[in-house]
Write a protein that binds this ligand. Structure first.
Ligand code: HEC
Ligand SMILES: [Cu+2]
Length: 349
């Protein structure tokens, strides 16, 4: 007894540590338990329904088991073999019909919800169409109705159907915004997955790739930022504006030759990397470095984050497809200069 307690005493701190560690995994806004829109709410209700049914069944089974264990316990005066029962028509009917009813109670709303989730708004004139392309390890959002493309931050107006069409540029990924809807895969075989959701409230919701897709899978996040219709329109206008040029001409050349080959800014550049228009007003750099207005011990400004990324992209996201600017021939000063330019490239909305 003493020994066991000693072992426990050693194990307890470790248990406590694991609990803390695992609790740390639950990022504040990556939870299906705080639904923020009708699709997520429907799915949340399904979770509640199935858990309630399971709980009631569990309770009934436990109570009956306990009752039987106590009531029919073998007593000293029980010396004979008890009566053997084989098959009981009534009981068998009961325990077939009850689960059948329970399965039906679960199935009807589940099927209803699943089909509502698949609601196709791709031909809905009032819906905002968004073509999502997943890349190792970033998200691209194209708005075909406006001819603009952005990355990492998905800006949407509140109370509008957002009609998604999902595809991948490389391997399988999964598009998941837990507080707004369930997951949907982006398929390498070219089939397009479609679904839609609505965000009734303004806010920033965390999204994440939910399919193990490579070494930086865990860093493949994105943000859904739902704003008023007015802000959304302002954002669209700001995104459509031509590129704001760098002041320093030599640096502008470097930027054009070394960066705009892959990145687009305003009306300039290529498309193989994330669009950088207005990156100074985004929530993150490279989806994982959180931008804060106020620099502090645990917070970084967008400029700090851009410098961190540009000085060594591989250390931020191992295996990502961006060449290190140093290897492209940029000096530290050039890198800092471009980081400052990008940090100040903000959009008003
Ligand atoms: C060969 C194409 C390529 C070149 C050249 C390139 N990049 Fe990138 N860049 C990428 C890719 C791909 C990513 C996405 C990495 C990821 O998140 O997985 C990226 C990400 C970024 C990001 C983060 C974007 C975001 O949405 O938060 C910044 C900033 C950036 N690049 C700046 C630059 C600058 C400045 C240069 C020039 C010195 C440059 N890049 C050159 C491909 C490129
Ligand atoms: Cu992924």
């Amino acid at each position: 007894m003493m020994k066991r307690w000693q072992a426990m005493k050693r194990l307890l701190p470790m248990l406590a540590m694991f609990t803390l560690l695992l609790a740390g995994c639950g990022r504040e806004d990556l939870s299906v338990l705080r639904p923020q829109g009708p699709v997520a709410q429907g799915q949340y209700n399904l979770i509640l329904l199935s858990i309630s049914i399971m709980f009631v069944v569990l309770m009934i089974v436990f109570v009956i088991s306990a009752f039987v264990l106590i009531k029919f316990r073998r007593k000293p005066e029980h010396t004979e073999m008890p009566e053997q029962v084989e098959g009981n028509f009534k009981l068998e009917i009961i325990w077939t019909v009850i689960p059948l009813i329970l399965v039906l109670v679960l199935a009807v709303p589940t099927v209803k919800e699943v089909f509502a989730f698949g609601n196709d708004h791709s031909n809905d004139k009032d819906a905002i169409q968004v073509k999502v392309t997943s890349h190792q390890y970033w998200w691209e959002f194209e708005y075909p109705q406006y001819g603009i493309t952005t990355a990492q931050d998905l800006i949407i107006p509140t109370n509008k159907h957002i009609a998604f069409e999902l595809k991948t540029a490389d391997v399988i990924h999964s598009f998941w915004v837990p507080s707004l809807s369930g997951k949907l895969d982006t398929n390498p075989d070219g089939t397009l997955n479609k679904f839609s959701f609505v965000a009734p409230n303004e806010g920033v919701y965390l999204g994440k790739c939910a399919e193990l897709c490579g070494p930086s899978h865990g860093f493949m996040e994105f943000k859904v930022k739902s704003v008023s219709q007015e802000s959304f329109d302002q954002w669209i206008t700001a995104m459509e504006a031509p590129m704001v040029a760098l002041e320093d001409e030599a640096l502008a050349d470097t930027f054009k030759n070394q960066c705009l080959t892959c990145h687009a800014v305003g009306d300039q550049g290529g498309m193989s990397g994330p669009n950088l228009t207005g990156i100074g007003s985004r929530e993150t750099v490279a989806s994982i470095l959180l931008n804060s207005e106020t620099p502090g011990e645990y917070t970084n400004t967008v400029e700090d984050n851009l410098k961190e990324w540009l000085h060594d992209p591989q250390s931020v996201k191992p295996g990502n497809k961006m060449p290190a600017p140093k290897d492209l021939g940029l000096t530290d000063d050039e890198i800092d200069g471009i980081a400052e330019y990008l940090a100040n490239y903000k959009l008003d909305y």
